[in-house]
Design a protein around this ligand. Structure first.
Ligand code: CP3
Length: 351
């Protein structure tokens, strides 16, 4: 067995083995949004925090909800409980989560708004997140890994330009075409802040980091290269330059056939696939050592029963033959029955 430079203890974590290019069977498993409203114990903690940002920046509570799904289901990895929009919030950009409406932020309009981003006070404002990382890192079993994360600069920019969520990100794409200099400046500023943010998470104890580029798939190939591949490549190489060998998982959601190109050109150790991606096809085009992470339909996890077992078995068959991590293709839905997650984890352990 090779210890891939992660240190002796680290090599025992199945998630890190998969991310170093080893085929581990059954594949290590965790679920996007595994800490969340489908869990009664999460709702109980959540009810004490009228404001979601306060929950994300209260280390004791954030560490508690990070660990809840592992206690119940024994996943192979914890994902830091926070949000991709905590970074722009720490940069001084307004953020609130309104009930039933999702995130609401001021709308970015051009280069002068990028100048408002406050790098100086940013690390101080995200310091509580680092304390959460330290707490979780100190309470995991040796075989469990802690995943830190950030949004992809393009996806974070989408929320800033739109002023919140959007179906097609038309305003963002319009800005990218009509103000390429201003938009590139925003992407660069977010890329640099993301490097420092992920490096801080790694210094605090994250074993791997994931870049959620949830809206990567709304871009044509030319802009995908410029605003998704390039910033991701820059983040990975800057982390290496800082001396971190920590594996990076990229999630270029809905990027379809560009997922393999993204993996080849960015230097990531694992690629997250959304539900629509054909695993076997993507694997043929991927560098051999890149782990595939995915990609069960969150709806079939909600549905449960025979359909769930059939889909899980189909994904396991496709994941065989290369480094792999079992996950969903997108976040778990709040209405998902806890019993279905139990059934999924039991099936996965059987291989
Ligand atoms: O368990 C985990 O996966 C870790 C925590 C985590 C959250 N958000 C917690 C959260 C992670 C990794 C994220 C990432 C995130 N946040 C993404 C990328 C992944 C994706 O889903 O595409 C995006 C786009 C966001 C932005 C965001 N945060 C939206 C659009 C919303 C509102 C929609 C919703 O589901 O409520 C959030 C809120 C949010 N982030 C919640 C959680 C648990 C729900 C808040 C609550 O409990 O009231």
């Amino acid at each position: 067995m090779k210890a891939e430079g992660n240190g002796v203890g680290m090599a025992e974590k199945p998630l890190l083995k998969a991310l170093s290019g080893e085929e581990v069977w059954p594949p290590p498993a965790w679920l996007m949004r595994q800490a969340g409203r489908y869990l009664p114990e999460y709702r109980e903690v959540r009810a004490k925090f009228p404001d979601f940002v306060t929950l994300c920046t209260t280390p004791e509570a954030a560490a508690e909800v990070t660990l809840q799904p592992l206690r119940r289901f024994g996943m192979d990895a914890a994902i830091l409980f926070s949000d991709i929009l905590i970074l722009p919030w720490a940069l001084g950009w307004g953020l609130r989560f309104s009930e039933g409406e999702g995130p609401v932020m001021p709308q970015w309009g051009g280069a002068s708004d990028t100048d408002l981003l406050d790098n100086g006070r940013c690390p101080g404002r995200y310091a509580p997140v680092m304390e959460t990382v330290r707490r979780v890192s100190g309470s995991l079993a040796p075989e469990q890994a802690l995943i830190g994360f950030a949004g992809g600069p393009f996806t974070v920019a989408c929320y800033m330009v739109e002023g919140g969520g959007s179906r097609d990100h038309a305003v963002t794409r319009y800005k990218a075409y009509t103000d390429p200099v201003g938009f590139s400046g925003l992407i660069e500023a977010l890329t640099e802040a993301t490097i420092a943010y992920l490096a801080a998470q790694i210094d605090s104890g994250a074993d791997a980091v994931m870049i959620f580029d949830s809206w990567a798939g709304v871009l044509p190939p030319s802009l995908f290269k410029r605003y998704v591949i390039e910033p991701t490549r820059r983040i990975v190489s800057a982390l290496r330059g800082l001396g971190h060998a920590t594996p990076v998982i990229g999630f270029p959601r809905l990027a379809s056939s560009s997922a393999a190109t993204y993996a080849q050109q960015t230097g990531i150790a694992g690629v997250g696939l959304d539900t629509s991606a054909p695993i076997s096809q993507v694997r043929r085009d991927l560098p051999r050592a890149v782990a595939i992470q995915g990609n069960l339909d969150p709806i079939v996890l909600k549905a449960g029963g025979r359909a769930l077992i059939d889909e899980v078995d189909g994904i396991l068959r496709q994941l065989r033959g290369g480094p792999a991590i079992f996950n969903l293709g997108h976040g778990i839905l709040p209405e998902t029955p806890v019993a279905n997650v139990d059934a999924l984890m039991t099936r996965l352990r059987a291989g």
